[in-house]
Ligand binder design. Structure first.
Ligand code: FDA
Length: 299
């Protein structure tokens, strides 16, 4: 990130929420579950699948985790009632990962009970490196309880190659992304070329093992690399899918669909839209410069 972009990032907290909201609309479905349902319907009409995410930040009590669990169950219910081609993505810290592992597992299993009753898939998101080990451990226990689930791995982490070697032994359903958290260099690749090289190396292992992979990226080089691998390994369309974030590179998204691949869009919604939006802006500070400009201009 260049100097100007870093300066822009520092200005984030000065921008009024109302203005951030105007730009955040691109990245979030809205405050309410009904907003996410409407958006998923529109995406489904275009042949695009969804994965819904209830936005939440740092919970610190079991009561808050139970509220999050119940929200996830409502999402599963809404997906079923509206016959959407969508699943749910869940962050385990929201279920109490940092409070009590057994309690977290129980919450996940409660969500799985709801998913099981309507035959829905559950994706477990991956958070920062302080959660990696426990997320994998909890995922593996939960998968014994309900097999229709998958996990996210991050190509930026050095450990991921070894994690994949272990997880492919049991035919894991993966989403592979670069990883959004800034991690220490001792445990993570920081240079874009290194992350990309690791991403493609891991993707090959996943695809060669016959695992189902959600190829989650907006990076032209990675998508090009994935296309080549899919051809070379003669992968069928139902053996993988591409995944993208809502509001990011929609032209590329349309092209991938036009090329005949399955594509799923991450649909975040909820009252905690502000921090999620700031993370998206940090990834692409150019967007934020428009936000800041609009603070000073009336339009
Ligand atoms: P990169 O960041 O290099 O972006 C490639 C290009 O895409 C950029 O040059 C830019 O043009 C465009 N772009 C990327 N982000 C943009 C933005 N916000 N606005 C506008 N343009 C943008 N991470 C994680 O740690 N745990 C997780 O569970 C998940 N889950 C997840 C699900 C899905 C469906 C996706 C697509 C991504 C995630 N991620 C994630 C986030 C992921 O780790 C990563 O941070 C982003 O996808 C950005 O990385 P890219 O691979 O797109 O490359």
């Amino acid at each position: 990130m260049g100097f100007i972009n870093k300066s822009i990032v520092k200005l984030f907290p000065l921008v009024p929420r109302k203005i951030v909201r105007r730009f955040a609309n691109k990245y979030i479905a809205g405050d309410k579950l009904s907003d996410a349902v409407e958006l998923a319907k529109r995406l489904n009409d275009k042949g695009i699948m969804g994965t819904m995410d209830v936005l939440g930040e740092n919970i610190s009590t079991k009561e808050e985790a139970v509220v999050s669990r119940n929200e996830c169950i409502e999402v599963i219910d809404a997906i079923d009632k509206n016959k959407l081609n969508s699943n749910i993505s869940i962050k385990l810290t929201q279920m109490g990962l940092k409070i009590d592992l057994d309690f977290c597992l129980k919450n996940l299993e409660d969500i799985m009970d709801a998913a099981k009753s309507v035959n829905q898939f559950i994706r477990v998101d991956m958070e920062d490196s302080s959660c990696t080990k426990d997320t994998i451990k909890t995922f593996l226990s939960a998968r014994d309880y309900y097999p229709r689930c998958g996990i996210v791995l991050q190509a930026c982490l050095r450990r991921t190659y070894a994690d994949v070697q272990e997880l492919i032994k049991s035919h894991t359903n993966f989403r592979l992304c670069k990883g959004i958290y800034i991690e220490p260099v001792e445990i993570a690749y920081r240079k874009k070329e290194e992350v990309n090289e690791h991403y493609l190396k891991i993707l090959r292992v996943m695809l060669e093992s016959g695992s189902y992979v959600g190829i989650a990226t907006h990076d032209d080089k990675l998508i090009e690399g994935a296309y080549k691998m899919i051809d070379e390994l003669k992968k069928k369309r139902d053996e993988y899918e591409f995944q993208m974030l809502l509001g990011v590179r929609e032209n590329l998204r349309d092209k991938i669909v036009k090329d005949g691949h399955r594509l799923r869009v991450y649909i975040p919604f909820g009252e905690h839209w502000y921090n999620y939006s700031l993370r998206r802006f940090q990834e692409n500070p150019e967007v934020m410069s428009y936000v800041i400009k609009s603070v000073f201009t009336k339009n």
